[in-house]
Design a protein around this ligand. Structure first.
Ligand code: F6R
Length: 587
């Protein structure tokens, strides 16, 4: 989940790398580091967010850089990247996991190598060192070293005296090479270099590249054991939209964009939508898989498929999908839902589906991501870059896409477009200053609470789960969601006087959920209703328009705002919650 970037070219590498790291920081902000190569090799790294680290500007035309989300080894300066060999001659940055690092480290230590960190990554420079000491060139040593690594990774490496960057990608991590007029920019994400170029080479698994000031770019594939050619593509997404603008935080900006992003999600080719519907009609078994918010969107969608399209779909957490794999055949349709298109659990599910000959449809935001490239067909969310670690606008876009599919399956494509598009103004109002102020007052009241419980029924159960996730991850308040009918089966024991309970109410179907709210209230619960009507049972009312079956798109929005305000009142950074990263590339 770390982010890596490199530069080799005619310019000074430092500002390009420093800037690129800022664009990658959503992938990890435990520590950051930069290595610049000129006559000398200068390595700087420290713990903390990028803006907290004072890097000295060091001149040189070649460099690599890293932002870390700790997996192996705690957050410390020693564990920050870049990592180097015993003599500070070879330096690397790494994203991913080297599964056999313990064994490799023991062997290397047995040969006298001195390790300075607890990371799996540090074996790489020592392995390269070992092979160069045996007389291999830097390029050969990199290839030999990579052949010894098990796991999935992206790596960039430099060696003092070599005017080149070596790099590699294996497994589900993404590494894209930007090609600008004056040089090469390998990075985990095209966003890191889009201001310089949109010309890219997507590296395939087991590709090793050498970007050389003199010899240009060469790519060697470890599996094929030969040099290969890869096409040069142009990326469509732009670096626009990654600035905060007039907003205090990206989270608030991204929440506020949803009036437009739902419209952009609707900009689909009708033929593609109808083609996918056709596949759904003919499939023997349809699965929707995702993680976190994307999973919640799948769950919300499953109710819509059931009610509006009268079609059963299976919903699975991508990390649990292996337990369903034996159901997959060449007649199964698997929807892989992922904002980033790089979530390792989702990509594993895609690989499983492909192994069994199933068809994969990617519902994805990032063009050029692995999911976008590896799925058989794609529906793009068109949300623009989402940088805040929390999913907000991409969650609603995912639900929009599934709802649109459900309408199309029911032969109501045009009606669907109209109904969903008609939410534009409601969403605008829900993110308006007055609504934000209203929710800020509620947040002030709730900021010291220990627990919040949330209930919903049907698709609104998914809304409750998603709202709980938003509150937890950004405000660190314990929030737990239940299907309304479930609380009496145990959780009611936790309800005491004044415990906040958020209840999602839809006009068409409110009796049962209001009875569940009664159950909470009679044990002392403080009832916050998210509802088109003010009900007598509510202690606090969050007024939302009635969007009927589309309520999941509408009702999550005040919850996103509430979660944001809770974080702000608690003095937390909503864009970078502790322990999290935007793109989860570990399984
Ligand atoms: C929550 C959140 C995460 C992601 C999850 C899947 O706010 O952002 O739960 O939804 O990590 O990410 P993608 O959609 O990129 O696969």
């Amino acid at each position: 989940m770390c982010g890596i970037i490199g530069y080799i070219g005619k310019r000074n590498a430092f500002p390009i790398l420093r800037n690129g790291l800022a664009k990658l920081e959503y992938r990890g902000y435990d520590s950051a580091g930069i290595a610049i190569l000129s006559e000398e090799l200068c390595i700087q790294k420290d713990v903390g967010k990028l803006q907290e680290i004072q890097f000295e500007e060091f001149e040189g035309p070649i460099g690599i850089a890293h932002v870390r989300w700790a997996t192996h080894g705690r957050v410390s300066k020693e564990n920050a990247h870049p990592h180097s060999d015993c003599h500070n001659e070879i330096v690397i940055v790494h994203n991913g996991i080297i599964e056999n690092y313990r064994e490799l480290k023991a062997k290397l230590m047995g040969k006298g190598h001195v390790f300075r960190s607890e990371t799996d990554s540090e074996v790489v420079p020592h392995l390269i060192e070992e092979f160069t000491a045996e007389g291999f060139s830097f390029e050969e040593a990199v290839i030999h070293a990579l052949r010894m690594l098990e796991g999935s990774y992206t790596i960039l490496a430099l060696k003092r005296g070599e005017q080149k960057i070596a790099g590699a990608r294996k497994g589900s991590r993404s590494l894209t090479l930007g090609i600008s007029d004056d040089g090469f920019l390998p990075a985990s994400d095209v966003l890191a270099f889009l201001e310089w170029t949109n010309k890219v080479v997507y590296l395939k698994s087991e590709d090793v590249f050498f970007a050389d000031a003199a010899r240009g770019l060469r790519i060697y594939n470890l599996a094929e054991d030969r040099f290969v050619k890869r096409p040069v593509d142009r990326v469509k997404c732009s670096a626009e939209g990654v600035e905060r603008g007039e907003f205090e935080h990206l989270m608030l900006k991204e929440i506020s964009e949803q009036d437009e992003t739902i419209l952009r999600a609707l900009q689909q080719d009708e033929e593609v939508i109808q083609g996918i519907c056709d596949k759904m009609h003919h499939a023997i078994g349809t699965f929707f898989v995702g993680c976190g918010s994307s999973y919640h969107a799948c769950l919300a969608g499953s109710y819509m498929f059931s009610k509006t399209a009268k079609l059963h779909v299976n919903v699975a957490l991508a990390s649990e999908f292996e337990h369903y794999e034996h159901f997959l055949t060449d007649k199964t349709l698997v929807f892989a839902v992922s904002q980033s298109g790089e979530t390792a659990d989702v990509l594993d599910a895609v690989s499983a589906a492909k192994r069994r000959g199933s068809t994969v449809v990617g519902i994805v935001n990032r063009d050029g991501s692995i999911l976008a490239r590896e799925s058989d067909s794609q529906l793009f969310m068109n949300s623009g870059p989402e940088i805040c670690v929390l999913s907000t606008k991409t969650y609603t876009s995912q639900v929009v896409l599934m709802d649109l599919l459900a309408y199309a399956l029911a032969g109501k494509y045009e009606e669907g477009l109209k109904k969903i598009g008609g939410l534009y103004l409601d969403i605008y109002n829900l993110t308006s200053r007055s609504m934000r102020d209203y929710l800020a007052r509620l947040a002030r009241m709730l900021r010291d609470t220990r627990d919040i419980y949330l209930i919903g029924r049907g698709a609104q159960y998914a809304t409750a789960l998603e709202a709980a996730l938003k509150i937890k991850e950004v405000s660190y308040i314990h929030a737990e969601a239940f299907a309304g009918g479930e609380i009496k089966h145990g959780t009611l024991a936790l309800i005491e006087d004044e415990v906040p309970c958020i209840v999602f109410v839809s006009n068409g179907n409110k009796n049962k959920i209001l009875s569940n709210a009664e159950e909470l209230k009679s044990r002392g619960g403080y009832i916050i209703g998210v509802s088109p009507e003010n009900e007598a049972i509510f202690d606090h009312w969050i007024k939302v328009p009635d969007a009927e079956e589309l309520n999941p798109i509408i009702q999550i929005i005040p919850m996103q705002v509430l979660a944001y305000q809770l974080a702000v009142y608690k003095g937390l950074d909503p864009d970078k919650p502790r322990n999290l990263a935007k793109c989860v590339t570990v399984t």
